[in-house]
Design a protein. Structure first.
Length: 375
């Protein structure tokens, strides 16, 4: 039975590698955006990527949107959006007005998650659609002004491997490395100085179970220099406890840090004893994807399209709507209805129709509603 189990695990990882390798040969490697690109995206939003050949299905258990307010509900609301969310924002607003024609929601340019987060702190907008977790400094600034943290509610999954559109994150090694899977505890022992997951320091491949020529070889770790969206995501998911910053994990200082994510995959491909992480859109030939588990007894999950679309892969990403919700006050009824709509079957159908991001599963939708106290 153990042999069969290990053989099946090998086949899963092999399939993951083949899928990743197919990606290398199907599309050009992404390049850092130019100043002109950023200026254009700020004004009109980012151009949508080519659709994946594979597409998710809508979770049949998602709740149907039933308006709670009178159709006479009226008012204006202003939001902000990242450049990669401008298109979806307009689609959601148009679909929502079918239910509430007297509600007017605007999400004007400039389109930038950073600008939107700062406007939320200033109080100039009602919500910010941001395609990543908020910057820690934004949270600190917000709490300093209001006395509580902004409320971040997941509204859809990130993408599988679309460049710039919140692709899933994966760890990878050189193609010649025999290791296939790692736990978050092992990764924390390798990456951090805080070891909140209970690991001892890990510095050699032998400590991760490799033998023969690998046993005493130092693990060369390639990572993104703080602060960066990829870096912060890995820190919160792997180095911290319960995906919060209550016990904020700290990186080792002797890692091979780069200013951006672009050089990491090429560096691992050229270093036999290396490991690194990036979004799936940034992979280059010569690396092998690693399956991961959040716990030592949990399921080992590879970063395949299927596992990401089903929200099983623990390094999948989420897109958030961020708002100023005073814990002692009731949310604006317009905003309340708008968020209920977005996470409903109808709102997630808009996501499915755009065919870029991945719709929420019913458990994720329920969790989002719970954050508003709507379950």
């Amino acid at each position: 039975m153990r042999i069969i189990k290990h053989y099946l695990a090998f086949l899963i990882v092999l399939a993951t590698y083949v899928l990743g390798y197919a990606q290398y040969n199907q599309s050009a490697q992404p390049k850092p955006p130019t100043v002109e690109d950023k200026a254009r995206w700020s004004k009109q939003g980012r151009e949508l990527p080519t659709r994946e050949l594979l597409q998710p299905t809508l979770d049949k258990e998602l709740s149907t949107f039933v308006p709670k307010e009178s159709k006479d509900l009226a008012g204006d609301m202003r939001g902000a959006a990242s450049d990669v969310l401008a298109d979806l924002a307009s689609r959601w607003i148009a679909a929502f007005r079918v239910y509430y024609p007297n509600v007017h929601i605007s999400v004007p340019p400039p389109y930038s998650g950073q600008v939107g987060a700062k406007e939320l702190v200033k109080g100039d907008i009602d919500f910010a659609l941001v395609s990543r977790e908020l910057v820690p400094s934004d949270i600190v600034s917000f709490k300093a002004k209001y006395g509580y943290a902004p409320l971040s509610i997941p509204i859809m999954g990130g993408t599988y491997r679309h460049f710039g559109f919140l692709d899933a994150v994966a760890f990878f090694v050189n193609k010649d490395n025999p290791i296939n899977e790692l736990t978050f505890k092992q990764l924390d022992g390798l990456l951090s100085t805080t070891y909140y997951r209970g690991s001892a320091p890990i510095r050699t491949w032998g400590q991760l179970g490799l033998k023969a020529e690998w046993y005493d070889k130092k693990i060369e770790v390639y990572a993104v220099k703080p602060w960066n969206g990829f870096e912060e995501f890995v820190r919160e998911r792997v180095l911290c406890i319960n995906n919060t910053t209550a016990k904020r994990g700290e990186w080792r200082k002797d890692l091979h840090f780069s200013e951006t994510v672009f050089p990491i995959s090429p560096a691992v491909a050229s270093d036999k004893y290396a490991i690194g992480y990036s979004g799936l859109a940034y992979l280059t030939p010569g690396v092998k994807l690693i399956a991961v588990s959040e716990s030592e007894t949990g399921r080992i999950v590879p970063p395949t399209y299927d596992e990401i679309a089903k929200a099983n892969y623990p390094l999948s990403r989420l897109v958030y709507i961020n708002l100023n919700k005073n814990p002692s006050k009731v949310i604006n009824p317009i905003l309340n209805e708008f968020i209920r709509f977005i996470v409903s079957k109808e709102g997630q159908s808009v996501v499915l129709d755009q065919a870029v991001y991945i719709p929420l599963r019913v458990s994720q939708s329920a969790a989002s509603l719970s954050l508003l106290g709507l379950n």
